[in-house]
Design a protein around this ligand. Structure first.
Ligand SMILES: Cc1cc2nc3c(=O)[nH]c(=O)nc-3n(C[C@H](O)[C@H](O)[C@H](O)COP(=O)(O)O)c2cc1C
Length: 219
């Protein structure tokens, strides 16, 4: 599976198979977590934890057998939400290419029961559930292109259109898709609106755009 195929194929998976992940898969996931961590965002894998999703909201949100997850953390005095979105989506797509399912989770888990070890100056930004899917996931709903992009579809260069389509396939909190993409000569800008997790969403959307278009977004 290529990264473009992974972008289109990915859905949020909330129901997982009850079977433990094999050791070689755990090793690969742990290596990916290291690869996708950076100066401001640390990604920590947690395996076989039955508590983190044992909350009313998680059950209400239809999570089942979500025993494995990555915890994305940043420093308490720094806003690293966008970087967490960008690096986390790099991880999500690599995991999708391995044939596993994922779900970004900002609210419907217990921060208090989360098993990751945090330093005194570290905070949890969000987590990403991972495992063997026990469902297909819901069909991804996309806003019309003209609601998230200032360029008319007929005026878009092919690479730019690829990026816009990939941005529309990006997971966003509550599928809010509160972002706007613009093009000035060959410079791509993506901005976000207001709401919960919009900056995490922005990082995710930027990663999808760059991976599918091969063009960098202005930082
Ligand atoms: C930052 C972020 C936070 C999210 N938080 C939750 C959550 O707390 N609970 C949940 O069930 N899904 C959560 N999601 C998943 C979104 O609801 C999902 O990505 C969106 O509805 C689009 O569906 P899709 O991922 O299947 O395409 C979150 C997604 C993102 C990007």
């Amino acid at each position: 599976m290529t990264v473009k195929e992974a972008i289109k194929h990915r859905r949020s998976i909330r129901r997982y198979k009850d079977t433990p992940l094999p050791d070689d898969i755990r090793v690969k996931l742990a290596a990916l977590a290291v690869e996708c961590s950076c100066e401001n965002v640390s990604i920590k894998p947690v395996f076989d934890d039955k508590d983190c999703f044992d909350t009313f909201l998680a059950h209400y949100g239809k999570f089942r057998n979500a025993f494995n997850y990555f915890v994305l953390t940043g420093r308490k005095d720094t806003d690293s939400d966008e970087t967490a979105g960008y690096m986390g989506q790099k991880l999500v797509l690599a995991v999708e290419e391995m044939g596993l399912g994922t779900c970004w989770v900002g609210g419907t888990f217990s921060k208090g029961k989360c098993k990751a070890e945090l330093g005194a100056d570290e905070k949890i930004i969000c987590i990403i559930a991972v495992g063997y899917p026990d469902e297909e996931g819901s069909k991804h709903r996309c806003k019309p292109m003209d609601k998230i992009c200032s360029v008319k579809e007929e005026d878009m260069p092919a690479w730019f259109r690829n990026g816009v389509v990939a941005a529309l396939y990006a997971p966003t909190a509550m599928n809010q898709q509160k972002f706007m993409i613009s093009l000035d000569e060959d410079k791509v800008k993506i901005t976000c609106g207001k709401g919960p997790f919009v900056k995490v969403d922005l990082g995710i959307v930027k990663y999808n755009f760059e991976a599918a278009s091969g063009h960098e977004v202005i930082k």
